[in-house]
Each structure stands twice: as structure tokens, then as C-alpha cells.
Design a protein around this ligand. Structure first.
Ligand code: DMJ
Length: 638
């Protein structure tokens, strides 16, 4: 169907040699019929640019637009000296009543060959180009992972041809505006600083403790800064650091750990990080490790309902539920955050089991009765019933909603069930959880059996970006509304930062007892280098090009530098409302994979990991948009 080799038609000899005249005639007749049929079938195919890319030859490619210009403009741009380039993305008018959507609709592809030319120049780019050609040849070696399923059907070369744009864009996404570029360089320096200290003091451990200068072990598969950093290092052109990380994966990543591991974390950090490293670099090592690890997660699904339990021992395959989750339940944000990675595991391994597992989860969630159309956070893997009626777009619920819209986008907009489930969930969220404060701030409250808790977690701030990326595919009359809602939520989350002394936001902020986007409890005042607010700035910037998002991102950079940077890394802080900060001594893995990556993307041109080609998993690991080959209807619920 898409960019994979098709097996020859059964029973048809490739050459037609050795046939009698009458047989040849019949064969020719059959062949011409087949050609006519195939040509006719083109008209019934979905209107996907990727499909057109497969069927149209290079000479037939239509004029394309890059950013705001045509392909010709883009070529002109290549020839034009840098100082004559139009500054991109700084033209939106400020102060309009509603946010304007920069269309994300898919445009015909630019030839990668042309893009490769653009990548010439500069040491980092030379390295990247070299590394890319090296990895391309690595991918061509097509080694087969030893997990039983046939992986020969996935062709990395074909996959790359199906991308509309080069993943690293023109000039590695370097912005033409010098001030923005300076900011981007600053973020890269922060990444290098964070990484160097991690490497120096905590190499191979999950996270760096920057004050005590040692590693935090945690669970073997709790969080690992090495895997989480691979793609960030790569897109920033930190090739020496990337190569060290790759070597560690090759020599030291032990997938047979006997400790307790969170299924969710292994999936989003390890499987997601390895998959994205594979898609970006073509290194078979990453693909093989991802598939090997995916296989080790399968025993967690052996429950009466197929809803996986939250914790697994990768060595023995035993799984169990979190002790703190009520009545042995599984958590919506955990079992509902597997879809993107599992679908890719099937794609790479040709083993349908991964997609089957996540489709089974979706079927159950689609069928089960939902209070007011909402999805509660706890579900029993034994009975398949909700255990409590607590609904949250923040912790325990968050990424389930994110994965619905991203599943739709990642399927090149063919996964209609995910689309339906996402928009009905969003409708229920709007009807029951979205609130306006007396001061005019829009926020997402939490819901406990029908009673609203007027609190919004930092985690829920990802929803600005989520609603933004889904705006364009909503009902036509709702699109502008969704984009406005996304902008309002992002604004509220920015307010939670702006209203603190450090200009960093608290873990949770409230809208009751006179509070407006501020934490009222001591226990909610901490900031642990989380990405969600910056994540929404990045998406909103890409969608609207309103310069305020870059300004807000820069405020966050300055605050991180002032309050979280210590001598040997970055640390979370215990109270965002006091200027005499107390550090928590932890450089979280997601700071490297998400916070710094989203900041870097915010200050890059849109063609670095373009949203037309990539979706980011919930740990900010980019996964490509592809049409899937495993079955003719891989997403249908029935
Ligand atoms: C990340 O590990 C993921 O984004 C997850 O979905 C929830 N949030 C943390 C970082 O805050």
C-alpha cells in the first residue's frame, strides 16, 4: 500500500518465458487488465500526498510551497545571500481577537536531493551530512532482528522517500533572524552543559544529581538520560555526544533487567527514544533494540481484558499493578499511551501483535460506558470497569487524550476511530472541565464524580498544544474555536509562570479561594524542569507564528538559567515563589528529551522536524507519519 516492497503476485511468473503463444496472449490480456485496474484504482485512493509521491514520477511533481512561498521561492531562497532572506515567522499581527491558524495541511513534497544540497556548509552540518550518509548505508545492510517476525519488509530508504521534507530541514532549521539564532544557540549550549555533566558524573545511570554530583539509579527502566537524549543531541548537531550515547546503547543497554519497570515509562522513553533514533539516523541497532524491548513488554497484556498492568519485570515477564492504584487498577494515562510506539513496532517488525494489543485497548475504551462522555483515570484490568470516577487532563489521564489525536495524525489522517474518539472526548472535556476564572483565564479543572476541583496541574498544560494540533481537523465550524481555546489555555499556563517570583510555574495552580493561576498549597509550589508549558509554546508558535510564543519561551530560558542552573547541571526547585531557591538535586531525564528539545524547536525554522511529517510522542520523541502496511484496515475497530 505505501512505501514497502510488495510480494510478487502469486502464480504470475515474472518473465513470462517458456509460455505457448495462446498462454502468452492470455497473460498479456491479464496484464493489460491489471494495469487498467491499477490506474483506475488511483482515483479511489485517499487524497494523500504520500501516495501521490509514490505514484507520480519526479518530473510530474507539482509546484510546491515551502513555508509561505512556492518551491521556486524556496530555490530562490537557496541562491539568495543570507542577509537578503525574508525573516520567517515574525510577521503575525499581535493583539488580534482570535488566533490565526497557519495551515498545516499537507503540501506536495520537496525533493530530498534538493534539501540535501541545502545542508552543505558549516562543521556541524558537514558532520550531520556525513553521519547521515553513513547511517543510510547502515540501514541498507538490512540486518534482521532475531525476534521471530520478518523485518525485511521495512525499507528505510523507502521510508525516507515517503517523507515530504528532509527531517532536519533546510540548513538544519537554522533561523535567518540573528536574534532567534542566538537564542537557539543558547539552548544548544544548555543541552551540552546538561549532557556533559550527566556524562561526567552519572554516566549510564538514569539521571544526574547535580548538587551531589552522582547518578540517580532508580529503577533500571525508570528513566534513562542516555536514551532520552539521543534524538535531541542528533537534531542539535552534537554529534560527538550523540556517538557516545549510541555506543552506550550498543555496549551497555541491558534489556534483561530483573527490576521493577513501569510499562508506560519503558514505552515512552526507551521504545519511543530508540524508535525515533532509528527513524532519524537509520541505525539498525536502534530498531533492533526497540523491537526486542517491545517484545519484552507483551506479557503485561496477559490479563482477562487485555488491559495491561502498570509494572513489569522485564527479566521474568511477571507483571502487576501499582500498589498505590486503587483496587489493582491500571491507569488511563499509562495503558492509553502505548498506541504510537506499538503501531511503529508492528511497522518495523512486520509482527501485527503490537497493533493488535493497542487496538484491543481502544476497542474496550470505545465500548465502555463513559460518565458524561468522560474517561476516568482508573480501570480494572480484570473486569474492564472503571474503578473510580476521577477525571483529569493532567496527571493520570493526560497522554491518553494526546495519543488519540496523535494516532490520527500519525496514520496520515486515516485512523478515523481515533479521530472520532478524540473529538467526542474533547467535547465532553469542554462541557464538563473547561472553566473561565473570574479574572478571565481559561483553565481545565479536574472532575471527581461530578464535583469540580478548580485546580490545574502543570502536566495539564500540554493540552494547549494538543488542542492546537487537532484544531485543523475538527468540524469546520469548530476549527477557529479550538485554536482560540488552545491559545487561551497556553496563555493561562504562561500566567502561572508570570505570576511567580522566579518566572517558573508551580506543579499545580488553583482558581478558588481568590487564587488565579497560583499555587495555594506548599506542596504544589515546586518546579521539576517539566516541559508541558514550553511544549505548548512550541506548537502554538508553529501553528500561528505569533512572536509572543518565542518571547515566552525565552523568558523560560532566562528563568531556567537563573534559578535551575547550578555548577554541575540543572536542578528542579522546591518553591517557585521564592527567590532564595532551594534545589531538589535532580536533573530529570525529560529535561533533555522534552524541555530542551521543545525550546530548540521553538527557536528553529518550522522545517526542522516538520509537523507535516512527524508527531512527537509524549516524551517528545519524534515518530514519522506513515501509512501502515500490516493490514488493509489496520485501525478499524470492527
Ligand atoms: C513526561 O515524562 C511525559 O510527557 C509524560 O507524559 C508526563 N510528563 C512527563 C514530564 O513532565
Amino acid at each position: 500500500m505505501r512505501c514497502v516492497d510488495k510480494p510478487p503476485l502469486p502464480g504470475v511468473s515474472a518473465s513470462g518465458m517458456g509460455l505457448r503463444l495462446s498462454q502468452k496472449f492470455v497473460f498479456l490480456l491479464f496484464l493489460s487488465g491489471l494495469v487498467t485496474l491499477c490506474f483506475g484504482a488511483l482515483f479511489f485512493l485517499p487524497d494523500s500526498v504520500r501516495l501521490k509521491r509514490i505514484f507520480l514520477s519526479k518530473t510530474e511533481t507539482q509546484p510546491v510551497t515551502v513555508g509561505s512561498g512556492s518551491e521556486n521561492d524556496a530555490r530562490e531562497h537557496l541562491k539568495r545571500p543570507k542577509d537578503q532572506e525574508h525573516p520567517r515567522g515574525m510577521t503575525s499581527a499581535k493583539g488580534e481577537t482570535s488566533t490565526k491558524l497557519k495551515s498545516l495541511s499537507r503540501k506536495p513534497p520537496v525533493s530530498h536531493e534538493a534539501t540535501e544540497e541545502r545542508l552543505a556548509g558549516g562543521k556541524a552540518q558537514e558532520d550531520l551530512t556525513l553521519s547521515r550518509s553513513k547511517t543510510e548505508s547502515a540501514s541498507e545492510r538490512a540486518t534482521s532482528p532475531d525476534h521471530g517476525a520478518n523485518s525485511d519488509t521495512f525499507s528505510y530508504k523507502k521510508f525516507k522517500r515517503c517523507l515530504l521534507k528532509h527531517p532536519l530541514g533546510r540548513d538544519n532549521g537554522k533561523p535567518s533572524d540573528p536574534k532567534t539564532n542566538e537564542r537557539r544557540e543558547k539552548v544548544k549550549e544548555m543541552m551540552k552543559f546538561a549532557w556533559d555533566n550527566y556524562k561526567r558524573y552519572a554516566w549510564g545511570k538514569n539521571e544526574l544529581r547535580p548538587l551531589t554530583r552522582n547518578g540517580h539509579i532508580g529503577n533500571m527502566f525508570g528513566e534513562s538520560s542516555v536514551i532520552d537524549s539521543l534524538d535531541t543531541l542528533y537534531i542539535m548537531g552534537l554529534m560527538e555526544e550523540y556517538n557516545d550515547a549510541k555506543e552506550w546503547v550498543q555496549t551497555s543497554l541491558d534489556l534483561n533487567s530483573n527490576g521493577e519497570a513501569s510499562l508506560f515509562e519503558v514505552n515512552i522513553r526507551y521504545v519511543g527514544g530508540l524508535l525515533s533514533a532509528y527513524y532519524l539516523t537509520g541505525e539498525e541497532l536502534f530498531k533492533n533494540k526497540a523491537v526486542e524491548l517491545g517484545e519484552k513488554l507483551l506479557p503485561a497484556f496477559n490479563t482477562p481484558t487485555g488491559i495491561p498492568r502498570g509494572v513489569i519485570n522485564l527479566g521474568s515477564g511477571t507483571s502487576w499493578s501499582w500498589g498505590w492504584a486503587s483496587a489493582g487498577s491500571s491507569i488511563l494515562a499509562e495503558f492509553g499511551t502505548l498506541h504510537l510506539e506499538f503501531v511503529h513496532l508492528t511497522e518495523l517488525s512486520s509482527n501485527p501483535i503490537y497493533t493488535e494489543k493497542v487496538m484491543n485497548i481502544r476497542k474496550l475504551l470505545n465500548k465502555i460506558e463513559k460518565p458524561h462522555g468522560l474517561y476516568p483515570n482508573f480501570l480494572s484490568p480484570v473486569s474492564g470497569n472503571w474503578v473510580q470516577h476521577h477525571v483529569s487532563i493532567g496527571g493520570l489521564g493526560d497522554s491518553f487524550y494526546e495519543y488519540l489525536i496523535k494516532s490520527y495524525l500519525m496514520s496520515d489522517k486515516t485512523d478515523d476511530d481515533a479521530k472520532k474518539m478524540y473529538y467526542s472526548a474533547l467535547e465532553a472535556i469542554e462541557a464538563n472541565l473547561v472553566q473561565k476564572s473570574p479574572g478571565g483565564l481559561t483553565y481545565m479543572a479536574e472532575w471527581r464524580g461530578g464535583i469540580l476541583d478548580h485546580k490545574m496541574g502543570h502536566l495539564a498544560c500540554f493540552s494547549g498544544g494538543m488542542i492546537g494540533i487537532g484544531a485543523d481537523d475538527g468540524a469546520p465550524e469548530k476549527r477557529q474555536h479550538y485554536l482560540d481555546l488552545a491559545a487561551e489555555i497556553t496563555h493561562t499556563c504562561h500566567e502561572s509562570y508570570a505570576r511567580s517570583a522566579t518566572k517558573l510555574g508551580p506543579e499545580a495552580f488553583r482558581f478558588d479561594g481568590g487564587a488565579e493561576a497560583t499555587a495555594t498549597r506548599l506542596s504544589d509550589r515546586y518546579y521539576i524542569l517539566r516541559p508541558e508549558v514550553i511544549e505548548s509554546y512550541m506548537y502554538m508558535w508553529r501553528l500561528t507564528h505569533d512572536p509572543k510564543y518565542r518571547e515566552w519561551g525565552w523568558e523560560a530560558v532566562e528563568a531556567l538559567e537563573e534559578h535551575c542552573r547550578v555548577e554541575s547541571g540543572f536542578s528542579g526547585i522546591r518553591d517557585v515563589y521564592t527567590m532564595t531557591v532551594s534545589h531538589d538535586n535532580m536533573q530529570q531525564s525529560f529535561f533533555l528529551s522534552e524541555t530542551l528539545k521543545y525550546l530548540y524547536l521553538l527557536f528553529s525554522d518550522d522545517d526542522l522536524l516538520p509537523l507535516e511529517d512527524w508527531v512527537f510522542n509524549t516524551e517528545a520523541h519524534p515518530l514519522p507519519i506513515i501509512l501502515l502496511s500490516q493490514s488493509s484496515q489496520p485501525f478499524r475497530l470492527e
